[in-house]
Design a protein around this ligand. Sequence first.
Ligand SMILES: [Zn+2]
Length: 99
Amino acid sequence: MTMTHDAHEAYPRYSPEQVLKDGCGECAQRSAQPALAISKMDPQTFVRAWARSVKFANDELPDVAAAEVPVLDILWAVRNQLPLAWAYISAEIDKERGR
Ligand SMILES: [Zn+2]
């Protein structure tokens, strides 16, 4: 079943930068399944979410929506693992691509 987003602009803490908005049924559902929410993001939204996760972790995100916090937490956790694990992960990706 395809859900649609409620009118985001109607909510008091709305910010166009938020990747999921408070007060929207579809965003609430995606917030409850953050891995699914991330996999449904278009690349531009993913990059924005990535940048917001860094700001959120540094307590520099005044327009954060409660709905986007589970997504930001996952991205921040992955971001912290990447520098340590990147050599192994990139070798695995190369193997998948047959390089
Ligand atoms: Zn929404």
